[in-house]
Design a protein around this ligand. Structure first.
Ligand code: 7TS
Length: 415
C-alpha cells in the first residue's frame, strides 16, 4: 500500500490541466462555472478541438474510397483512431473495434445482431438493477420479439449488486448477460471480472456497458474476458455522436450485419450481397470520421495524464465531497457502495432535486437532477429523483466547497 501522501503526489496538476479546457474558463450567471455534470457529458480539451479543426480544414474527405491524397489522409487518421481505441481497451486486434454513435448504439447493435441470431423463446437475458435505460430497453425489446425473458439481479441498500442473487439467476437458459461496469446514478463499480466469469460458467455471453467506466478506470477487455464492451466518446472528453463497441473477433465474424449500406459489403448484385469483414461489416455508410479522430485525440489526452493518476485525484474528490455533503443537515447520500467512482447522488430533505439544480445553476454550478435514465434505481431507493454531482479529473476541492455553500443557500430559501 502506498501512503496517503505518496498517493496524492501522483495526482495530476489540476490547475495546469484545467487550462487545457476552454469551456471551464467561462462564467455562468456571473459566477465562474463549476461543472459537476461529467457523468452526463464531459468538457473537451483543446487537443480534441484542434483535431476536429485540423480534420475539417485540411483532411476532409471520405474514407476507404478515394485514391486522392485527402482521402488517404482521412482514412489513415480514421483507422489510426481505431488503433488508439484498441490500445485504450487492450483489445487484441483492430478488427474487434467497431465505431458507433455511442454506448446506446453499441448495445443496440449487439441486441439486434448477436441477440436476434442467438436467442430463442424461453431463453433469458440477465441484467442488474443498476442499469441505465440504454442497457435495459434494447434487451426488453429483444426479449419481447423472441419470447425470451429479462431477469434482473437485485441491488442492496448501499447500491451494490447482490452477487449471490446474481449467481442464482444464472442458469442453462441464460444466453446473454449485460452489466454496467460503473453505475451512472450511484457510481457503484461492479466486480465485472468475477461476474463475467460466472456468466461464462453457464455458457452465457457477457456485454459490459462501460460508458461510466472508461473516463475513470483503466479498462482491459482481455483481462476482463468480456465478450462485448460498449462506451461513448463524449463521456471520455471526446466529441458527441461517436463511441465504440469492442467485440471478440470470433463473435463479430459470426454475427449477421445490422444496417445495410456502403462500406459494409464486399460485393452487391440484385440477387446476392456478400458482406465485408468486421469491423466494416458493422459500419454501414459514411462514418463519423471527424468524431473518431476527435475520440482518438481525447484518448491520447487522457492516457497522457494517466488513468491511475486520474483515479487518485477522483478518489480524493469523492471522499472530500462525501465528507462535506454529510455536514449539510438534511442531505442523504444515495449510493454508498464499497467501490465507487466519481458520483455523488443525494437528496435534500424537503426540497425537490430540480429546485436544487435550478438554484445552483444561478450560482454557476452545473449538476444534474432527475432519474438519470435509471428509473429502476430510483424506485429501489424510494425516491423520484436525486441531485447528482459527478466529477472529472479537472474538478477541485474548491468546487465542492462551492457546491456545499450553494446547498446552504438552497436550504435558506426553503426554510
Ligand atoms: N450507459 C450508462 C451507464 C450511461 O451512464 C449512459 C449515459 C449510457 C449508457 C448512454 O450513453 P449515450 O452516450 O449513448 O447516451 N448516461 C447519462 C447520464 O448519466 N446522464 O446523461 C447521460
Amino acid at each position: 500500500m502506498r501512503s496517503a501522501r505518496a498517493e496524492i503526489a501522483l495526482a495530476p496538476d489540476v490547475r495546469r490541466v484545467r487550462e487545457d479546457f476552454p469551456a471551464l474558463r467561462q462564467t455562468v450567471h456571473g459566477h465562474p462555472l463549476v461543472y459537476l455534470d461529467n457523468a452526463a457529458t464531459t468538457q473537451k480539451p483543446q487537443a480534441v478541438l484542434d483535431a476536429l479543426m485540423s480534420f475539417y480544414t485540411r483532411d476532409c474527405a471520405n474514407v476507404h474510397r478515394g485514391v486522392h491524397l485527402l482521402s488517404e489522409r482521412s482514412t489513415a487518421a480514421y483507422e489510426g483512431a481505431r488503433e488508439t481505441v484498441r490500445r485504450f481497451l487492450n483489445a487484441a486486434d483492430t478488427r474487434e473495434i467497431v465505431f458507433t454513435r455511442g454506448a446506446t448504439e453499441s448495445i443496440n447493435l449487439v441486441a439486434q445482431t448477436y441477440g436476434r441470431a442467438n436467442l430463442r423463446a424461453g431463453d433469458e437475458i440477465l441484467i442488474s438493477g443498476l442499469e441505465h435505460h440504454s442497457n435495459i430497453v434494447p434487451w426488453q425489446m429483444l426479449a419481447a420479439e423472441k419470447g425470451a425473458s429479462l431477469r434482473v439481479a437485485p441491488i442492496d441498500d448501499r447500491g451494490d449488486i447482490v452477487l449471490e442473487e446474481y449467481e442464482k439467476l444464472l442458469g442453462p437458459r441464460t444466453v446473454m448477460v449485460a452489466l454496467s461496469h460503473v453505475s451512472n446514478a450511484l457510481g457503484t463499480i461492479n466486480p465485472v471480472r468475477r461476474m463475467i466469469e460466472m456468466a461464462h460458467r453457464v455458457g452465457a455471453v457477457a456485454l459490459i456497458d462501460g460508458a461510466q467506466a472508461v473516463p475513470h478506470l483503466k479498462v482491459d477487455v482481455r483481462n476482463l474476458d468480456c465478450d462485448f464492451y460498449a462506451f461513448s466518446g463524449h463521456k471520455v472528453f471526446g466529441p458527441t455522436g461517436i463511441g465504440a463497441l469492442y467485440g471478440k473477433a470470433r463473435l463479430l465474424e459470426a454475427m449477421p450485419p445490422w444496417q445495410g449500406g456502403g462500406d459494409m459489403i464486399r460485393s452487391v448484385t440484385f440477387e446476392k450481397t456478400t458482406f465485408n469483414d468486421p469491423p466494416y461489416k458493422f459500419e454501414a455508410g459514411t462514418p463519423h470520421i471527424a468524431g473518431a479522430i476527435g475520440l482518438g485525440a481525447a484518448i491520447d489526452y487522457v492516457t497522457g495524464i494517466g488513468l491511475e493518476q486520474i483515479g487518485v485525484w477522483e478518489r480524493e474528490l469523492l471522499a472530500y465531497g462525501a465528507q462535506e455533503l454529510a455536514r449539510v443537515p438534511g442531505v442523504r447520500l444515495i449510493g454508498t457502495a464499497r467501490e465507487k467512482a466519481a458520483v455523488l447522488s443525494f437528496v435534500l430533505e424537503g426540497v425537490h432535486a430540480h429546485d436544487i439544480a435550478t438554484i445552483l445553476d444561478r450560482q454557476g454550478i452545473a449538476i444534474r437532477a432527475g432519474h438519470h435514465c435509471a428509473q429502476p434505481v430510483m424506485e429501489r431507493f424510494g425516491v423520484a429523483a436525486t441531485s447528482r454531482a459527478s466529477f472529472a479529473f479537472y474538478n477541485t476541492r474548491l468546487e465542492i466547497d462551492a457546491l456545499v455553500e450553494g446547498l446552504g443557500q438552497v436550504k435558506e430559501i426553503f426554510e
